[in-house]
Write a protein that binds this ligand. Structure first.
Ligand SMILES: [Zn+2]
Length: 86
């Protein structure tokens, strides 16, 4: 009996390939909880999650979709003198 029947076709192989690298002991994203991916340049330590969280590391997806937009918000708020009437 296999519990992997609901995995999409081809997913198995890719997952095995990836876990053979460093996913097994990769740090987990402090925002979404998934393993932090190794980047093309070999960097595997994730990203600074501030201002979302002040501790831990976050994955590239959260960095791009949550952390960066939050920083932009703060930046634009600062540029507007903290006025939120935007
Ligand atoms: Zn994440």
């Amino acid at each position: 009996m296999s519990n992997n029947e609901y995995l999409p076709d081809g997913c198995d192989e890719e997952w095995e390939f990836m876990s053979r690298f460093s996913l097994a002991d990769a740090p987990e994203c402090c925002i979404c909880g998934f393993k932090i991916e190794v980047q093309a340049n070999g960097w595997a330590e994730g990203h600074n999650p501030s201002p979302i969280l002040e501790h831990g590391r976050c994955c590239g997806v959260c960095n791009d979709t949550i952390v960066i937009p939050a920083r932009m918000d703060i930046l634009f708020s600062a540029l507007n003198g903290g006025d939120d009437n935007g």
